[in-house]
Design a protein around this ligand. Structure first.
Ligand SMILES: [Zn+2]
Length: 475
């Protein structure tokens, strides 16, 4: 009996050693190295006015990328192939909105003009549009609830309500302004007007016009509730009635029987460049990687010079990624596969940084074990992990992490951030993000580090480690 037990123990030790590597994951050392105050300081640094809102292609973004590179160096990470000083650069032509005409509407009931009750949208393209208008509700398309159904939007100006109907449980990604603009554009809209809601906890700021623009997007505008009342009046409609009906979950999509005209002038700097930053914790098998990513770019400044600090979006993801790198680098022994830590630029402009990274890294899809994207960590009640339930490998890693004590809530997969780039390559992906909360600071000047809670960041780092351990067979 004695010898048989000894043989079993030797076998277990041998198997454990072979699967996990000596020391790895070294949970005790890794968890002990986590410092949530340091993570919070990273958020405060990146959200500070020095970095001017970190808009992709600006001097502020280049400075932020340099600072993140200095952190990778300090942690002792090695460089990814093709990176110099932990950075690579790609062209990111910088579009800036120079002028907005205001909106003129001519309908069956009369004509209205919106000057300062409208402004260009942050995802506007350059150009002037004069066309018939349609209303597409909140612009949501999901099972059994399609606000575009039967609506002819080709060549039209599409009105879309801000947010979504509370009773409809719409995926958060469909409520973003960028998603609303691109959803209308992909259906052939010639212009997009996003209309604020009377129930809005933070009305559109009509003073501080956002200065970014997107090439290829149709001219797009934001309209205040007052402005919406005036435009809908021209079409013989009560905006408040339509908004209330939509908020209650009704379909309000229709032809608005009016002609709308407005224009956006965007200027661009074709020389602008953006930076991706990467550091590598080399594994025993360096030909395979787990990638932990976040994005350091944000929206920059508005025409009044006000900074969009982007503390939650996504300085917080970079902070948690850096702290995870410090924790894993503190563990004894190399991980079974390499762990790549990547901070992307160009997420806000349409996942351009991760696309440039994927295009510039040959053989990436076959060498990636999995991708964890960290986007918007601000929460006091635990984070969610957005995962496709048919992604068996990632589901298994997350189940193992949760059995191990991770406080992650599994939420439905949604794109709209950098993991989408890798999901298109058929790589197991997930997005760790806060969920089930109001986000009045989203893409606003109020997304600051000042009231960002420290508590929760340490748990976030632990949960990220657990998912990585789950992916590498170490749990
Ligand atoms: Zn964002």
């Amino acid at each position: 009996m004695k010898y048989r037990w000894a043989a079993v123990i030797i076998l277990v030790v041998a198997l454990t050693g072979c699967m996990h590597g000596v020391g790895w994951p070294d949970r005790e050392a890794a968890f002990a190295a986590i410092d949530e105050r340091r993570a919070h300081e990273v958020i405060a640094v990146l959200a500070s006015p020095v970095y001017e809102g970190r808009r992709s292609g600006t001097a502020g973004e280049a400075l932020a990328a340099g600072w993140i590179a200095s952190q990778f160096k300090d942690i002792g990470l090695s460089e990814a192939p093709g990176f110099t000083d932990y950075r690579t650069t790609y062209p990111s032509p910088l579009y800036t909105i120079e002028a907005f005409t205001g909106i003129t509407a001519r309908g069956t009931a009369g004509e209205s003009f919106l000057g300062d009750r409208a402004q260009s949208a942050p995802y506007a393209g350059s150009g002037t549009v004069e066309a018939g208008a349609v209303l597409a509700g909140f612009g949501v398309t999901m099972d059994g609830y399609d606000e575009y159904a039967g609506l002819d939007v080709i060549g039209k100006v599409v009105f879309i309500l801000r947010y979504s109907a509370p009773s409809r449980s719409v995926p958060e990604a469909q409520t973003y302004l960028a998603a609303k603009v691109s959803g209308a554009a992909s259906r052939g809209a010639a212009g997009v007007i996003i209309v604020d809601m009377p129930s809005s906890p933070s009305p559109f700021d009509m003073e501080g016009q956002t200065v970014s623009a997107l090439p290829g997007a149709p001219p797009s505008a934001l309209v205040s509730v007052d402005g919406a009342r005036s435009l809908f009046w021209a079409a013989g409609l009560s905006f408040d009635e339509v908004a209330a009906q939509a908020w209650a979950g009704g379909i309000v999509s229709r032809d608005l029987a009016m002609t709308v005209r407005f224009g956006v002038t965007a200027d661009w700097n074709p020389e602008a460049r953006a930076y991706n930053v990467a550091g590598v914790l080399a594994g025993r098998d360096p030909t395979r990687q787990v990638l932990i990513c976040a994005h350091h770019d944000h929206l920059g400044t508005d025409r009044t010079g006000a900074v969009y600090p982007g503390a939650d979006d996504d300085a917080s993801g970079v902070a948690v990624m850096l702290e995870a790198a410090r924790a894993m680098a503190s563990a004894k022994g190399p991980p079974p596969v390499s762990i790549w830590f990547v901070s992307f630029s160009g997420e806000e402009e349409g996942l351009l940084g991760s696309a440039a990274f994927a295009a510039g890294t040959p053989g990436l899809a076959s060498s990636l074990v999995g991708v964890l994207n960290l986007d918007m960590m601000r929460s006091t009640s635990g984070l969610g992990v957005a995962v496709d339930s048919s992604d068996e490998r990632m589901m298994d890693a997350i189940s193992r992490a949760i059995r191990d004590g991770a406080s992650l809530a599994v939420i439905p997969w949604s794109g709209g951030s950098d993991h989408e780039t890798f999901s298109r390559l058929d790589v197991p992906t997930c997005m760790v993000t806060a969920h089930g909360r109001e986000v009045p600071w989203y893409h606003a000047t109020t997304d600051t580090a000042l009231d960002f809670p420290v508590s929760g960041l340490g748990t976030a780092v632990q949960d990220v480690l657990r998912v990585v351990w789950g992916l590498t067979g170490s749990l």
